[in-house]
Design a protein around this ligand. Structure first.
Ligand code: MG
Length: 362
């Protein structure tokens, strides 16, 4: 039997005894460490060097899905944004917005899941906040995490850093997270259960940087998928990119689900994958380092950054008025474009995804 005493109530957010109990019983028990346990108004940290600092809010629906839950996602999402900047992720803060009536048992499960992910990622949650809002004001639970990491000397990774001739490397199968969430929502069944790829990438990135610190650009293809990532890099670096669709690692179930749902796999969210841009002479060494880590066994070169003058056939035909307005013609028609060589051998333009096609995917 569950009663009101087993759920989070508005009074738990009042800042008094009930708040202390909730924080102590659920969050400090799962996530406690010497820094968090001081329960000061702010964590105090000793850090040296160039820092990476990021924040991400998580509103995924459903809260529990194959391969993870909002707790694991909120931890790894922020860890990965630090990791793809080349930073060693160190400290995390977490804010929980909880709806009145949320089961405490579910909150405990989510906190334990964050604990496991934090251990995997070798980070500590050192600051936190909880607020309780009335029924209807939040859909169960939202979690915002921010994180700090230290960037090793000699590492300079930026979206603007991609250079003509660079190899484009994807760390593994595309679209697992997006399809795991959608299949849970739609009640789709597969022969093999499809799981989210939700995982912390810090350790793999550390190995990658050991193999070559000269990674030019790196990003994780989360919301908006590979299509958004490549377009962002193309715009930031002022380059065009061509990918080879046949080279993109993808599970048969993901491919099948995309056909069934009419989705382009390039827009699907991923939560344990990254895309790296490196000079072609460094690509082999980087791939080797990725293959030697469990999260990178499927890594593959999926494309390259085009050199000036390398343009795509059919460019003008596929240039939509919206894109033309966003990227004014500066004389070179194929600037900042992303092309995909299709399995049929033709070439198409990969557009920046428009609007919110897959709401609350992360
Ligand atoms: Mg990111």
């Amino acid at each position: 039997m569950s009663g009101p005493e087993d759920t989070v109530r508005l009074a738990h957010g009042g800042g008094g005894r009930l708040t202390r109990e909730l924080v102590g019983d659920v969050f400090a028990r799962a996530l406690g460490n010497p820094i968090l346990n001081r329960m000061d108004d702010a964590a105090t940290l000793e850090l040296q060097g160039r820092l990476a600092f990021t924040i991400d809010s998580h509103v995924v629906s459903p809260l529990f899905f194959p391969g993870g839950d909002i707790g694991r996602l909120s931890l790894t999402g922020t860890v990965n944004d630090l990791a793809v900047m080349g930073a060693a992720p160190l400290y995390i803060s977490a804010g929980f917005i909880i709806e009145d009536g949320f089961a405490i048992a579910k909150l405990e499960r989510i906190a334990q899941s964050m604990r496991a992910a934090a251990r995997e990622a070798r980070v500590q949650v050192v600051a936190g906040d909880t607020k309780v809002v009335e029924q209807g004001a939040a859909d169960g639970l939202f979690i915002t995490t921010s994180g700090i990491g230290v960037i090793p000397a000699g590492v300079h990774i930026s979206a603007a850093g991609a250079r003509p001739g660079d190899a484009v490397i994807l760390s593994g199968s595309l679209g697992d997270h997006g399809i795991a969430i959608l299949s849970q929502r739609e009640g789709m069944k597969f022969d093999v259960e499809l799981k989210s790829d939700c995982a912390p990438l810090g350790e793999m990135v550390r190995q990658m940087l050991e193999a070559t610190p000269r990674i030019h650009a790196m990003r994780d293809p989360t919301r908006g998928g590979l299509a958004a990532l490549l377009n962002e890099i193309a715009l930031a670096a002022g380059v065009s990119i061509e990918i080879d669709e046949a080279a993109i690692p993808m599970r048969a179930e993901v491919r099948g689900a995309c056909e069934l749902l009419g989705l382009d796999p390039l827009i699907l969210a991923n939560e344990g994958k990254l895309v790296a841009f490196v000079a072609s002479q460094d690509a082999e060494r980087l791939l080797e380092a990725m293959h030697s880590h469990p999260l990178g066994t499927g890594a593959a070169v999926i494309g390259r950054v085009l050199r000036p003058g390398e343009t795509g056939p059919g460019d003008d035909a596929s240039r939509s008025p919206a894109t033309a307005a966003a990227t004014p013609d500066t004389g070179s028609r194929s600037r900042n474009r992303v092309y995909a060589r299709t399995v049929m051998g033709s070439r198409r333009v990969v557009q920046m995804p428009a609007g919110e096609q897959l709401p609350r995917i992360c």
